[in-house]
Design a binder for this molecule. Structure first.
Ligand SMILES: [Zn+2]
Length: 411
């Protein structure tokens, strides 16, 4: 089991508020109910402060579950990593000259670990900026702020043109890491994702300083669409995700990443054509949060939505979303039946070649990840590996196969 403690003070809070982040990794943490309690004791020569917190560790910030089952090969490895971020308000005191002791016990009060460390406080300085139109940026560092404002402005302008309607001002949060974002929101993107939208706010994690137009575009689309379908509750989310990806495609291509059609063809190659046929026939019944759900929603549906928009236009599709039509219904209506749609889809995907090599390399990257992410990995080592693998996946998505092979052999 790996344990890491980080103490931070940041300027988003009032004075004297510190955040103690505890990071634990390991296979034994599979069960959310364990570990159970954390006790913090702060002490120097003069004072002792105790903070006991019963916790279910239900705020899992990051769980890396490498699950890989594909074309007869299969592997499974759960490396669960937990953060528990605790805010301490010490009023008049600072904690610089304190030592901190942390005790962690399971539900049976059996000690899981006990650690003593000197308080070394890292200062975080969030920067904020309001634009004349009311859009508001909150970034975990100055460099991110400098980069995001012009990028955001370009994307927003293009979307104003596409949706032809103004939306209220937007708050943009960008953080350089998951745990910093977690401090202020107590909320994070779904596993595997690094951005989300909520009300008129977008949240983006930029782990290595890059801010992609396609990412901002996808999240902004959610806000534009949400503002148009307000009050509707039976919306087929797959349709909305498809529209967001579809509108972002021009940026995706500018960034050198594979097209929606290629992505769809790759997914077809992974799943095989018969499975895809069955899945698409059963579109309305795919369970949310299943593996198939995200594969279909983010890899297959966006291209289908593109085909739909080509037929009935964006407004036509938004109208159908507003009328609570499901993706399956829209497909059947637009293409005069499922069989006709299936023929058109297959024909169009056949034009894509060389998805085999992509899939073969993808499998190799997963295996490397499997070998390199250890059960008791430290927070730093884990972050570094994540960035390294994110880079390799990016190369793969740019079809830089030679570079991917080189990276893989250099591990
Ligand atoms: Zn989305």
């Amino acid at each position: 089991m790996g344990i890491n403690i980080k103490i931070r003070k940041d300027n988003l809070y009032k004075e004297h508020v510190y955040i103690i982040g505890v990071y634990i990794s390991g296979n034994k943490l599979e069960n959310d109910l364990s570990p159970y309690s954390l006790e913090f004791i702060l002490k120097n020569n003069v004072n002792v402060y105790k903070f006991k917190k019963k916790t279910l560790f239900n705020k899992v910030v990051d769980a890396d579950v490498l699950k890989y089952s594909y074309k007869g090969r299969c592997c499974l490895k759960n490396i669960n990593t937990y953060y528990e971020n605790i805010k301490l308000n010490l009023k008049k005191h600072t904690i610089e000259d304190f030592a901190i002791e942390i005790k962690c016990r399971d539900r049976k009060e059996k000690s899981i670990f006990q650690i003593q460390t000197k308080c070394i406080v890292n200062e975080e300085s969030w920067v904020q900026k309001r634009k004349e139109n009311g859009d508001f940026f909150i970034c975990s560092d100055k460099q991110l702020l400098c980069r995001v404002v012009p990028t955001y402005t370009i994307v927003k302008k293009r979307l104003d043109g596409i949706f032809q309607r103004k939306i209220p001002s937007i708050k943009v949060y960008i953080s350089s890491s998951y745990d910093i974002m977690y401090d202020i929101l107590n909320k994070l993107p779904a596993p595997g994702a690094d951005a989300f939208a909520n009300d008129n706010c977008i949240f983006i994690i930029s782990e290595f300083g890059k801010i992609k137009k396609s990412k901002i575009c996808h999240e902004l689309c959610h806000i534009f669409i949400n503002n148009q379908i307000k009050g509707k509750s039976l919306i087929d989310i797959k349709l909305v995700e498809g529209v967001c990806e579809c509108i972002s495609e021009q940026f995706i291509l500018e960034e050198g990443t594979i097209s929606l059609r290629k992505k769809c063809a790759i997914a077809f190659d992974v799943l095989n054509i018969n499975t895809c046929n069955i899945l698409l026939k059963e579109l309305d019944n795919i369970k949310k949060n299943s593996d198939t759900y995200s594969l279909v929603t983010y890899n297959i549906v966006p291209y289908i939505v593109k085909m739909i928009i080509n037929q009935i236009g964006l407004d036509g599709l938004l109208n159908r979303i507003r009328k609570n039509k499901t993706l399956k219904e829209v497909i059947t209506n637009t293409f005069n039946g499922f069989e006709k749609f299936w023929t058109i889809l297959q024909e169009s995907l056949m034009e894509e070649i060389n998805v085999r090599e992509y899939n073969e390399l993808y499998a190799q990257i997963i295996m490397k990840q499997y070998e390199n992410i250890m059960e008791d990995i430290s927070q730093d080592a884990y972050s570094k590996l994540k960035i390294k693998f994110k880079n390799i996946y990016e190369l793969l998505n740019k079809e830089e196969y030679i570079l991917v092979k080189k990276e893989l052999t250099e591990f």
